[in-house]
Design a protein around this ligand. Sequence first.
Ligand SMILES: *Cc1c(COP(=O)(O)O)cnc(C)c1O
Length: 222
Amino acid sequence: MNSSIDERIAHIRSSLPPSVRLIAVSKQVPAEVIRLAYNAGIRDFGESRIQETANKQVELQDLSDITWHFIGHLQSNKAKKALELFEWIHSVDNLKLAQRLNQLAQQLEVSPQVCLQVKILPDPHKSGWSVPELLADLGELNQCQFLQIQGLMTIPPLGLAEAEIVHVFNSTRQLAEEIQSQKLPNIHMQHLSMGMSGDYQLAVQAGATMVRLGTILFGDRN
Ligand SMILES: *Cc1c(COP(=O)(O)O)cnc(C)c1O
């Protein structure tokens, strides 16, 4: 990439509505590059591995106003560590994990912000609730009172045509509206975490409130 990270961040930030939260996905990005993004104004970083994040947080501990977002598949045996490292977990993808996080959040006296990961279309490569499964689990999710359930997260399957991607994002928004209309006291649906480097403009048009951008900010990963 020819432009500097400052220029790329400024360009993307200015192309997003001010209300959309830009999460810089810094997986595989070294701490010193995260620091450059921080100096360019980024305060939200997304990571998908626990140990990698723990190491970076040690190197970046002077940057105390970073918000760390977990966006990867979370194994239940790493749930406690995830709560220690992250304020947001976008990728809560099944009821058992939600209940485990809820129990740990109570013990650790934290109240993590979470999104429920949903699959609008079947995708063997991704985890997440199907729409009927999620609707069926809402009652039990509503009992997870130590979680702040803030909205939905989705990742369209790879290789979709633009119209199909738009359909996935619009369906996710409609699902959030449908869940919101049930007025479950512990389930809020004000956030939609959707949009990556290749599709974030479509996601924003469909109502994304948080976009998760890696490649377009930091360049290709290995
Ligand atoms: C890696 C990743 C991203 C960022 O993807 P880019 O295409 O590099 O922007 C966003 N969301 C999730 C869940 C990811 O794993």
